[in-house]
Design a protein around this ligand. Structure first.
Ligand SMILES: Cc1cc2nc3c(=O)[nH]c(=O)nc-3n(C[C@H](O)[C@H](O)[C@H](O)COP(=O)(O)O)c2cc1C
Length: 174
C-alpha cells in the first residue's frame, strides 16, 4: 500500500496521548526531549518504553544512556514541552528540576516520575524503542495532564463525563 505520509501522520494524530519529557545525563550535563510515545509495557517486572527517532541529533545520547527519567507533564509544562521539542534544544538550563536517586533529574511539578535503567534497545524502522526497567517512581502533582491531539496541545475536559461514559472526573481524588 502506498502511503500518503502526511495523511498517515494526521491519522496517527487522532490518537490522543499524554506528553512526557525524558531526561538523561550527557557528560555530567542533564538533557531532555519531549515525547508522546511513552507507554507501560509490563507490571512484573515493571517495564516501560518510549520511541526515539533515529534521525534525532539526540539519538546517540539517549539510546546509549544507561539510565533515564520519564516525567509526565501537566498543562503548566506546555512551554517546557515546546522548548524541548525544538530542533537541537536539549539543555535543561533554567528549567525547575529536582534531583533523583538514579541521576537524571526530574522536572519539578511532574504528575509522575519514573526512574529507569535501560533494559533493552530495539531497532524498529526509523525509530529505536527504548525499554526501561522502572527502579523508582513517584507521584507528585495532581494537576491536569498535558495532552497532545491532532498535532496540538490540549487538555482533558473538566467536569462530568459525557452521557454513557463511565469513569471519574479528572478532578476526583484517588
Ligand atoms: C508532543 C510531541 C511529542 C513528541 N514525541 C516524540 C517521540 O516520542 N519520539 C521522538 O523521537 N521525538 C518526539 N518528538 C520530537 C522531539 O521532541 C524533537 O522535536 C525532535 O527530537 C527534534 O529534533 P532533534 O532531536 O534532532 O533536535 C515529539 C515532539 C512533540 C512536540
Amino acid at each position: 500500500m502506498d502511503f500518503d505520509i502526511k495523511a498517515y501522520r494526521a491519522a496517527l494524530g487522532s490518537f490522543p496521548t499524554g506528553v512526557a519529557v525524558v531526561t538523561a545525563s550527557a557528560a555530567g550535563q542533564p538533557v531532555g526531549i519531549t515525547v508522546n510515545s511513552f507507554t507501560s509495557v509490563s507490571l512484573d517486572p515493571p517495564l516501560v518504553l518510549w520511541c526515539m527517532d533515529r534521525r534525532s541529533s539526540r539519538h546517540v545520547l539517549f539510546a546509549s544512556a544507561p539510565s533515564f527519567t520519564i516525567n509526565i507533564l501537566g498543562t503548566e509544562h506546555k512551554a517546557v514541552s515546546a522548548r524541548l521539542a525544538r530542533a537541537g534544544e536539549h539543555s535543561l538550563e533554567g528549567i525547575a528540576l529536582i534531583p533523583t536517586e538514579l541521576g537524571p533529574p526530574a522536572l519539578a511539578d511532574s504528575l509522575a516520575v519514573f526512574e529507569c535503567a535501560r533494559e533493552q534497545v530495539v531497532e524498529a524502522g526509523d525509530h529505536t524503542i527504548l525499554i526501561g526497567r522502572v527502579l523508582r517512581f513517584s507521584r507528585h502533582s495532581k494537576s491536569a495532564p498535558l495532552v497532545y491531539f491532532s498535532g496540538k496541545y490540549s487538555a482533558l475536559a473538566q467536569g462530568k463525563p459525557p452521557e454513557g461514559v463511565g469513569g471519574r472526573r479528572v478532578t476526583d481524588e484517588s
